[in-house]
Design a protein around this ligand. Sequence first.
Ligand code: SF4
Ligand code: SF4
Length: 381
Amino acid sequence: MNKVHISKCPDYDYIKVEQAVKECFEAMPEVKEKLFEGAKVLVKTNLLMRKNPEEAVTTHPAVVEAIVRYLLELGCKPIIGDSPGGPFNEWNLKGVYKAGGMNAVAENTGCELNYDTSVIEVHNDKAKLLKTMQIIKVAHDVDFVISAAKLKTHGMMTYTGAVKNLFGVIPGITKAEYHFKMNNTANFAEHLVDICEYVNPLISIIDAIDGMEGDGPSAGMKKHVGLVMASTNPYALDVAASKVAGISHELIPTIVAAEKRGLSTTDMKQFEMTGVPMNEINVEPFQLPTSINVNFVGGRVPKFMEKFVSNTFRPQPVFDHAICVGCGDCKRSCPPDIIKMVNGKPIPDLDKCIRCFCCHELCPIKAVDIKKHWLHEKLFG
Ligand code: SF4
Ligand code: SF4
């Protein structure tokens, strides 16, 4: 249940990537056993926004191509898809596929790129919070989903990998609605675990060749790691991948939520690890996001003060009007709709801000920064 495979892959040279991805599949023989000829498989790629692969925001096309080719060899019908930030429509999909190198993957392999923008309501009585959810129809129609994720830090959730990647099955702006409903990190994590439990990926593969540290998932710094990691248990994979990144498990709400539900342990001694041993991996710990919630550095103020400190001194989004191009993406992605465009520039009502940092995540030109309160800086650095 907690088997994780790690392959070395120094760069995105396709031959090396294909070998690493093949090793991942071969380490999980139960995946091949389940796949059948003609099976439709959604390769749920992280295509957050229109970014070229070198920026390390999206899953690299070489990794996606290697997954697709493996599936084609088995006679499956892979479909590459995601619901990126912004509206879930063909125009937006065309933009992310082109920028992220997915058109080339489709041309090289003949696989399908998803353009079906229909949405379906699904139910899961076993869910903790999201018993009913809207998802992109393709994720429901396929026989299997593979989570093809990217190793990055995340402003709201500290880390994003196999589990958070599946938030992309929630269509376009419905994501903002879910953010708003689950407006604290612990609730939002439960919600992400519910989505992951419903999607139930057949295997999760993390592109950790180049990851992102600092203010991920889109405005951080590229970080070379040189690995491809996989597991049939997305929670265990996130435990291992965040360990590689040097991020404490208690700072990652999805890992905390999954462990409480018994979906994975954080005790890696109970993992069955194959491939590169953890003690041979020597990656400088990832820089954490500026926005990291003070609740997660608990223990540094008395318990009874944690909520007050968190609410009063929490970091906030700051909009740089000098470089802002007035595209309005931040306004459209703001869950509580508290950003007004005044003379073409965004003005947020910070009293109503839920600190989801979607504006920071989806600004195409990094015009939204995250600033800590000066006292927060003094207390927590
Ligand atoms: S202003 Fe930014 S951080 Fe605040 S609620 Fe809106 S999108 Fe989230
Ligand atoms: S801050 Fe960024 S997302 Fe918002 S309007 Fe300006 S450029 Fe667009």
